[in-house]
Design a protein around this ligand. Structure first.
Ligand code: C5P
Length: 240
């Protein structure tokens, strides 16, 4: 596959066309943003860490028959994916209360939820990614109720697989965000990335944070935190 022109540049990734119509070339950048782009930094090594981690996790999901866009890792910071039209929804799955849920409900961070909570947010920077009810999704015609059911089922399956996988690495999967897209045949595929940028990942024993909250809340070295996740997923601690 040959890399062609830049199609889109986002906050954390660059997307290039290729000589294959249905394949995109992704490059993970060394930039970190938070609070809808208000906080920004260049963090050397972050692109490599997220590319490595997301590649491992998407391969794991592929083995477990979760249809997704990932094709292969090309280099430390690059990967090939199937081209999809992104559904402008952020599908958040939570196993413990944290972040915006803690603020919205006034429940302390770390409180465990009896069953996973799924939330939908509107992927829209101008509006600040508001929380959506399913009826809002219908009004905006972002997805049909059948498609919403597919997104929920897939999100719960991803949660089961990743919760167990991280647990075997002594990491607690607190919450995470997924994005889905439609391929040229109209099939819904899991897309975007799954990395410490898009998950909350805490040490199972100490609750030390190894995710983007380290950057959002100035808790220390982001690359050290992400390196710990990469090592636990593929290195010293054995994972199943
Ligand atoms: O901020 P909030 O608590 O709603 O985030 C829930 C989860 O979704 C966190 O793991 C966070 O990293 C992720 N998220 C994301 N991109 C966003 C919003 C949230 O990856 N735009």
């Amino acid at each position: 596959v040959k890399k062609l022109g830049l199609l889109y540049e986002g906050k954390a990734k660059k997307v290039y066309m290729t000589d294959e119509e249905n394949i995109l070339w992704i490059e993970y950048k060394d930039s970190a943003t938070a609070f809808n782009g208000e906080k920004k930094a260049t963090i050397v090594g972050k692109g490599r860490l997220n590319n490595e981690i997301t590649s491992l996790l998407f391969s794991k999901l592929h083995q477990a028959d979760v249809r997704n866009h990932f094709i292969q890792k090309l280099s430390a910071t690059e990967q090939l994916v199937k081209k999809v039209t992104i559904i402008p929804l952020e599908v958040v799955v939570r196993n413990y209360v944290a972040g915006s849920l803690s603020k919205r409900l006034g429940v302390s961070e770390g409180t465990s939820l009896e069953k996973p909570l799924i939330e939908f947010y509107y992927k829209n920077d101008d509006l600040g990614d508001p929380l959506l009810l399913e009826d809002h999704i219908a009004i905006l015609k972002l997805a049909t109720s059948e498609q919403i059911a597919v997104l929920k089922e897939s999100a719960l399956k991803v949660n089961e697989i990743l919760t167990q996988h991280f647990q075997s690495c002594n990491v607690r999967l607190v919450d995470f965000k997924l994005e889905f897209g439609m391929d040229s045949e109209g099939t819904i595929l899991l897309a975007d990335e799954i990395s410490p940028d898009t998950c909350r990942l805490w040490d199972m024993d100490t609750n030390e944070k190894f995710d983007k909250d380290v950057f959002r809340r100035d808790l220390g070295s982001l690359t050290d935190a992400y390196e710990t996740i990469l090592q636990r997923l593929g290195g010293s601690v054995k994972c199943t």
